[in-house]
Design a binder for this molecule. Sequence first.
Ligand code: PMP
Length: 412
Amino acid sequence: MANSINDSYQDFPILDQKVNGERLAYLDNAATAQKPQQVIDSLVHFYEHDNANVHRGVHTLAERATEQYEAARTKVQHFINAKNHNEIIFTKGCTDGLNLVAATYGEQNIHEGDEIVITIMEHHSNLIPWQQLAIKKHATLKYIELTPEGTLDMEDAKRKITDRTKIVSVAHASNVLGTVNPLKELAKIAHEHGAVIVGDGAQSVPHMPVDVQDLDVDFYAFSGHKMMSPTGIGVLYGKADLLRAMPPYQYGGEMINTVHRDETTFADIPFKFEAGTQNIAGAIALGTAVDYLEEIGMENVEKKEQEIVDYVLPKLEALPYITVYGPQDPAQHTGVIAFNMDNLHPHDVATALDAEGVAVRAGHHCAQPLMEALGVSATTRASFYFYNSKKDADQLINAIKATKEFFNGGTI
Ligand code: PMP
């Protein structure tokens, strides 16, 4: 492992390449993060030495696989400070976890006339499941709006969350605005009204210390691939008493106690929610990613990203042809920075930046209602992780300047 966080890029083989003849500056971490050699090795090691299905077998490989799979669950438990390992359910990803809660807890507890409260900055994964549930149940879906600074309007939150509210579901950190929402405060408000709160941790767990007991969230979902593990593995945390009271999400092997012709009894949590063969290697590799992040320290991850934001955000904002969305104050901004260049479509900007070796994303970022609220159809988004450096930030700024010059000399 690299000696310091500033050398950590050395652990990521993919970063050591040229793209379009230029040094790669990978700034699309909000979409998916790169994988360190340690995580890649752990995947390969599993398939070379220990591959077997978990829980069912008594042979040595099955025992080894089971041991590693359950050890990964315990690592995740400690990483987010859940009370018990049985509150950690392995899922396909954040989307899967949020759908699970809507399809089980939501299905059971939402009735006609109830209210579900989300925010206008939600990713579609934390919007459509609630929207469709509300339609099906004749419930009302309410949106907490933004302040002019691009943060969540907490006065509006206090207005929108009422005694009719049964579920509040909120992104801990926005995948567009770079805002961190006051989840703990929202949990308190939700609980005062007898509602449960769901946290979407896709953009927070990889980037900052998260303590689900301190936040007092009832459910919390995130994806492994945004924190350096493979795709197809994620986590849903839920408080044990809530999980136990919920019906299963899917039916099949692994999630039962006994099955008879006309009835089935289900396994205890977490297995009740892990029907069928899971992404065993993915879960084990997620455990390795957790080890890696703990070795660096999540405080240091957060600090390093903040240093980069402190450096790059004022430089971006100083360019007269750039509009940055979300808080202007770097201290309130995560490493996710969405912006537009005057008179240029975000896709053209992203293509031009790619020619300079800078990988960014352009589009609506699966947040169309937010785009509507911002009055744009799309943005370009640069998103940093701890293995990025000021060099990457400089490459972004220089590429933006080159793009401006190119288009000024050309079509606009
Ligand atoms: N919520 C947020 C805030 C996200 O950024 C994302 C991923 N872009 C998701 C949910 C969905 O994650 P996944 O596609 O990994 O399920």
